[in-house]
Write a protein that binds this ligand. Structure first.
Ligand code: NAP
Length: 463
């Protein structure tokens, strides 16, 4: 796809960008490699100073950074500001804890002294990152901060509809004092991934995106015997048990399903409610959804954003039509949405057969699947019937009970009495078709390091 900023609210093509040539990509990799040879020798404290400065700069100019997000992918301006703050916090997390987390680990091996067997964390080199448009800064920093803290350098292929967000982030790092080549944004085509991953200077790839992109990139990485981490789609269960505080749960469900225009990997896409409270919950949920106001995402009064592009909206319409074809009950909720802009009117899907295509599809927009569960066990069964395993939530006033349910969900994350959150200091990652590997905290930091064994041994006659 060609790189362009197209305002999803007005449909206007604001700016286009040329796709990188093979020669430009090669030059970027050479520059990254030269930078790596120096960066790997720097101390964690030196690296932390760059990240701290980046946090300071993005915070100081938060409105300008936020407006780029809203312009390019249509998220509400308040949500863009929150993303800028979250981005600053992730920089700060690694600036604060990186040195400590990278310290060697000493192993208690039989016959050796306390500090004779060390696991040290050496950087690998250039890591390729491929990121989606739904959180244009947060997605970059989630890999960039841990990778550079560990001593690696990064080349990024961002989504083709957020080229200005990617360029702004590259500029931010340079202004923060990063050497040229530490973080480079490439307007690379899909096909260029083969060139990048075949290059011996590139040591791995971290992708966030769809299952299709994940499968393609992971197989290219495998052909080149390189590691991949995949953060893919989700269809999070939002389980409401019969003892939940229903109004609170319904309010959270409205927010969990509709923030960011419903385009979050951990959106509450499948709402599963115990039979005895189903009717009341649904009534409250519909009332809440009906109050959403679609409009200009730059206007703070707007509460329902357009989708990221007209193409994304068209895809959702096709999925809704396919659901109707499978006998699913479809109901539009609230006022009609504006005809200008990539809007989808909030839509409720009920009576969804568990073996239908709809039940296993990720709807990336304001479409709610609502399921009636016979009891707690049935709710867990419905939740785990999805091919995805990213996040999930359980609503109950009995925390002990909710924790037990959480342990039975086959996902990477579960939040109790809240939709799955995105935080600077809580790790992120899924199982099944939601991918493999982790991002954030020490788990993300260790994904692309060589945990090298260094053994001191001068014990005579022993091997
Ligand atoms: P997508 O089409 O897979 O795009 C994601 C990125 O991959 C973009 O940079 C895209 O580039 C690139 N890409 C796609 N196909 C490629 C290929 N064959 N070779 C190389 N690069 C390729 O995903 P999307 O639909 O825009 O994004 C939404 C998806 O991401 C949803 O499924 C969502 O749940 C998931 N997501 C997951 C997480 C998580 O942490 N688990 C977080 C956010 C989003 P182009 O733009 O140029 O096509």
């Amino acid at each position: 796809m060609a790189y362009a900023t197209t305002n999803p609210y007005t449909g206007e093509v604001v700016k286009t960008f040329p796709t990188a040539t093979a020669e430009e990509i090669d030059a970027a990799i050479a520059k990254a490699d030269a930078t790596f040879q120096e960066w790997k020798k720097t101390t964690p404290e030196h690296r932390a100073a760059v990240l701290t400065k980046a946090a300071e700069l993005i915070r100081a100019d938060h409105r300008r950074y936020a407006e780029i997000l809203t312009l390019e992918m249509g998220k509400l301006i308040g949500e863009s500001e929150a993303e800028v703050e979250l981005t600053a916090k992730i920089f700060e997390y690694y600036a604060r804890y990186g040195a400590e987390l990278l310290k060697p680990r000493y192993l208690q091996a039989e016959g050796f002294g306390d500090q004779d067997v060390a696991l040290v964390n050496d950087p690998l080199g250039i890591i390729f990152t491929v990121e989606p448009w739904n959180f244009p800064y947060y997605q970059i920093v989630r890999t960039l901060a841990p990778l550079t803290t560990a001593g690696n350098v990064v080349v990024l292929k961002h989504a083709s509809n957020v080229p200005q967000s990617a360029a702004a982030f590259e500029q931010l790092l340079l202004e923060a004092g990063a050497p040229e080549g530490l973080f480079q944004n490439l307007y690379a085509s899909h096909e260029a991934s083969a060139q990048i991953l075949a290059d011996p200077r590139v040591r791995g790839v971290a992708l966030t995106g769809s299952e299709a992109a994940g499968a393609t990139i992971a197989s290219t990485a495998a052909q080149n015997l390189k590691k991949a981490t995949l953060e893919l789609g989700g269809a999070d269960a939002f389980i409401v048990l019969e003892d939940a505080e229903l109004e609170k749960a319904a309010n959270w469900a409205v927010m969990g399903r509709h923030w960011n225009g419903g385009q979050v990997c951990v959106s509450s896409k499948r709402i599963i409610v115990e039979d005895s409270v189903y009717d009341r919950f649904l009534e409250l949920y519909k009332e809440g959804v009906a109050k959403l106001v679609a409009g200009d995402p730059m206007d703070p009064a707007t509460t329902l954003a357009p989708l990221s592009s007209q193409g994304a909206a068209d895809d959702i319409v096709k999925l809704i039509e396919a659901a109707k074809g499978e006998g699913v009950a479809v109901e539009e909720i609230g006022a009609p949405v504006p005809s200008q802009g990539a809007f989808i009117r909030p839509t409720l899907l009920t009576d969804i057969p568990l073996d239908s295509k709809t039940a296993s599809t990720e709807f990336f927009g304001p479409v709610s699947q609502v399921y009636r569960a016979k009891d707690e066990a049935d709710a867990i069964h419905i939740a785990n019937s999805s091919p995805f395993g990213l996040g999930g939530s359980v609503f109950s006033q009995d925390i002990n009970r909710a924790q037990k349910v959480a342990r039975q969900l086959d996902t990477g994350m579960v939040f109790i009495n809240q939709p799955t959150g995105v935080k600077a200091d809580i790790p992120f990652g899924g199982v099944k078709h939601s991918g493999f590997g982790h991002e954030l905290i020490d788990l993300g930091l260790k994904e692309f390091v060589n945990e090298k064994v260094v053994v001191v041994t001068d014990i005579d006659g022993q091997f």
